[in-house]
Design a protein around this ligand. Structure first.
Ligand code: ZN
Length: 366
């Protein structure tokens, strides 16, 4: 299995690199060759790789299990050759995207192949490999939601949390852009004629950051800022990107209204704010809880404890399916740490237990 994971990790596939993401999907499709599944490939929208769906055969149209794995990573091409080559150090396997989420996608795929060969799955399985999760799934969201509506359960192979915990709730994510347009002027000769977009935005940044409310689980972050043209020009333009995380739909609406309603302090500066909620909150429903308990019982049979992580701050495609009311169990992927960093690694010791757990889920969910 380590060799298989290595093969996937060594096909670097950053989201925007269409050819690279598609090469990764070619490799997955080749792995399904000769398997009793129907493979469907949906061509990507401009700038995105394809979507690959593998459907178990002979199951009729009964609602079944939807498995969600993304094959894109955040690591630019070349990471493998420099900062993060594939290597093993004791229990740790290093490599770009190995934890988020090629390791988890691979072990779920391995479990899928086993139950297809042995014909031991009780429900039809649709395994979706998507190209754009790391940028919010703008292209694959529609298909993910379509497939989820036809499914009884959704299993997501995002990385396990500290010590192998699964995820049953995630915050909702909002993304916003704000652009200030002031009046440019020579900073020496005509300072009084200028209206600084940066000065205006500085106030807006503090206002946005002040919306963070830890007690309510609300965070606002200005993660990007740009503006100005030269040190001696009163700047005409300044832009920021805002990230919003909320626990529930109501907070999402409230904070969206607040952010979109930002007003310029200096009336001579124009402020345009756009954006909204990207991923709805993924709240643990009773059905998701039952799914988690089922998985925990299977893990116990396999000889390990399966715990759930506290509500995750990061979003995933599980947010879309949970928001539709489909029982969704996330964080079923490989254990490890360092997602999106140059010390990203997966734990070898988690491969077998989590592959078996996935297989038992396929074999017992009904
Ligand atoms: Zn991921």
């Amino acid at each position: 299995m380590i060799d298989g994971i290595r093969q996937w990790v060594e096909i670097e596939s950053p989201t925007g690199d269409v050819a690279a993401v598609n090469a990764m999907l070619d490799c997955v499709a080749a792995g399904a060759d000769g398997l009793a599944v129907r493979a469907e490939r949906m061509r990507g929208a401009p700038g995105f790789g394809d979507i690959l769906a593998l459907r178990s055969l002979g199951a009729g149209e009964r609602p079944g299990i939807l498995v969600l794995s993304h094959v894109d990573t955040v690591h630019p091409r070349g990471t493998l050759g420099a900062a993060l080559p594939f290597r093993r150090d004791g229990d740790r396997l290093y490599g770009p995207g190995i934890y988020d989420m090629k390791g988890g996608a691979y072990l779920a795929f391995e479990a899928f192949r086993t139950v297809i060969r042995r014909r031991t799955a009780r429900l039809p399985i649709v395994f979706l490999f998507t190209p754009d999760e790391e940028v919010g799934s703008p292209f694959s969201r529609l298909l993910i939601e379509q497939e989820a509506r036809r499914s009884r359960y959704v299993l997501v192979t995002e990385p396990a949390r500290d010590g192998g915990k699964v995820v049953t709730a995630r915050k909702g994510v909002g993304r916003f852009e704000a652009a200030a347009t002031g009046v440019p002027a020579h900073s020496g000769g005509r300072h009084h004629d200028g209206r600084s977009a940066i000065k205006e935005m500085a106030g807006q940044v503090l206002a946005v950051e002040a919306m963070t409310d830890y007690a309510r689980g609300i965070t606002t972050t200005v993660g990007l800022i740009s503006g100005g043209t030269a040190a001696n020009v009163v700047p005409q333009h300044c832009r920021i990107s805002i990230d919003l995380r909320v626990r529930d739909e109501e907070a999402g609406q409230e904070m969206t209204a607040k952010i979109l309603g930002l007003e310029p302090v200096d009336r001579d500066v124009r402020l345009v704010v756009s954006g909204g909620m990207n991923r709805p909150p993924y709240r643990k429903s009773a059905a998701t809880d039952a799914l988690f308990r089922h998985a925990a019982a299977l893990a116990r049979e396999l000889g390990f404890e399966l715990d759930e992580a506290p509500m995750a701050g990061g979003g995933s495609d599980g947010n879309f399916t949970a928001a539709l009311g489909i029982p969704t169990l996330d964080g079923l992927g490989i254990d490890g740490d360092g997602a999106h960093t140059e010390w990203e690694h997966a734990l070898v010791s988690s491969i077998v237990p989590r592959t078996l757990l996935m297989r038992r889920l396929f074999e017992t969910l009904s």
